[in-house]
Design a protein around this ligand. Sequence first.
Ligand code: PRP
Ligand code: ZN
Length: 209
Amino acid sequence: IAIQSKGRLNEESLALLNEIGIEVDSSKRKYLTKACNFPVELLNLRDDDIPSVVANGSATLGIVGLNEVEEKGCDVEIVDRLGFGACRLCLAIPKTEIYNGPEYFLGKRIATSYPNILRRFLDSKGVEAEVEVITGSVEIAPAAGIADAIFDIVSSGSTLVANSLKEVETVLESEAVLICRKDISVEDRQILEEIRFRMDSAKISRGKK
Ligand code: PRP
Ligand code: ZN
């Protein structure tokens, strides 16, 4: 199972595995950790790499944001939505601007780490804009004068507020998902079904609390 090594989803991914009785020693920040009581190994990766590692079969399963799966366009099966890591991919513009719909972005420069999802959205609206790919701190691009708008992950919204930006379009509602490689073996399928069964039970008992 590939999981995010650090960042937003790491803790909750480990907590979920723990909740379903898969014990791993997370104190050891290693690339590969073995569960002591279940036939799985955890692969600690950057979230960006998880979809391709699962698609090429280096990992059988992965826990990653739907945003990364959609952006990478990898051929994996989305098994379940996991109910944590909720966020949305939004277009945001300086808060003093007047927004009149997607045509606002005509000829504008938009900074993002999600060029594929953004281009798909712009194409669907028939809007031609310049997409500037930046891998981090996208929210500072407008103030820095390197873009007119941004397309980025919004969770609490505080990053936008801190940078005097406002959300104008939500393009994707994301959360953590369990993904699986396409050509899974019979044995691996059995382990996956056991994991899903335990995750469903955990979800139900959480609902009762
Ligand atoms: C994301 C995103 C924003 C922030 C939004 O970055 O790029 O900076 O979270 O969250 P908020 O709405 O709660 O303020 P993240 O912290 O995931 O790090 P990254 O930029 O390295 O991916
Ligand atoms: Zn990332």
